[in-house]
Design a protein. Structure first.
Length: 291
């Protein structure tokens, strides 16, 4: 077990080491699965140093009064977009440098072994991709991609960083804290001179390829995930309280299909009352114990 003083565990809620009986229960669950459908949330990335929103004592909502940007605000207001991109620009070097942890690597290995049928992540941090997972859907998109709301042109977020630097050669700002989506906290005074590039093809508005709060996941993507779930014989939720409906709907579908559902998450979840198995441990500590 990694020490609680490890910097990577700053945003991980305190919990007891895995209970041998729980480990045995999850081992039995995974062994019985032939086509495992896995859904991950922010709790699988906290061990990589990325905070989540809701965890008791360490989540963004409990530490600060900050809330993530709303889709409608970003679309309507140039000043909101300026503030968003200034904060994102400052936070990007740290956010983009985060690396997969043991839990991400275990799920990649399960895929290679043919155990994991499909992985759906609610995270936008690209850590499953960095780990090498391929049979995967990024339900809420990925911060590493940017697209134009006008013409749909896509660029890498790393490329956009170079455009920001060219437009703001003397702009400097010190960040105050970091949020789950790579955002940092800046004052209005720091933001007011920040220049935001437009789409180089049509002059349109650039937006991260992620689903902001208040927006919805496309019907095509939802249908695709339902199809993968229909092919599966069991569901494992790792690191998510499943409070957001966009992910919760798939747990409801799994229950309707009478699939066994196991949950690995520190703290209560929305599924606790109908899950076959609930484990209150760190993903990176328990998953490697499963053969």
């Amino acid at each position: 077990s990694v020490s609680r003083t490890s910097p990577h565990l700053t945003f991980v809620p305190a919990c007891l080491p895995p209970d041998p009986v729980e480990v045995e229960g999850l081992q039995h669950f995974v062994s019985n699965a032939k086509k495992l459908f896995v859904m991950t949330g922010a709790g699988i990335s906290t061990e990589s140093g990325i905070p989540d929103y809701r965890s008791e004592g360490v989540g963004l909502y409990t530490r600060t009064n900050r809330r993530p940007i709303q889709h409608v605000e970003f679309i309507r207001s140039a000043s909101v977009r300026q503030r968003y991109w200034a904060r994102n620009f400052v936070g990007w070097p740290q956010f983009s440098s985060h690396q997969p942890n043991t839990a991400h690597l275990v799920l990649r290995d399960w895929e290679k072994l043919g155990k994991l049928h499909w992985l759906v992540t609610q995270n936008v941090d690209a850590l499953h991709t960095k780990a090498g997972s391929q049979r995967m859907t990024e339900l809420h998109g990925c911060m590493h991609r940017v697209f134009c709301l006008g013409c749909g042109d896509q660029i890498l977020r790393s490329e956009l960083q170079k455009h920001f630097e060219a437009l703001n050669p003397t702009w400097k700002a010190e960040a105050f804290g970091v949020a789950p989506d790579g955002d940092v906290f800046l004052t209005d005074e720091q933001v007011c001179d920040f220049q935001v590039p437009a789409c180089h093809k049509c002059g349109g508005i650039l937006k991260p390829d992620v689903t902001f709060f208040g927006d919805t996941v496309s019907r095509e993507k939802v249908n695709f995930v339902h199809e993968r779930l229909a092919e599966s014989d069991s569901m494992l939720v790792a690191g998510s309280s499943m409070q957001v409906y966009s992910g919760y709907r798939f747990a409801l579908a799994a229950r309707e299909k009478h699939l066994p559902i196991a949950i690995l998450n520190i703290g209560p979840t929305r599924l606790d009352h109908f899950a076959s198995l609930k484990l209150n441990s760190r993903c990176g500590e328990l998953l490697p114990l499963i053969v």
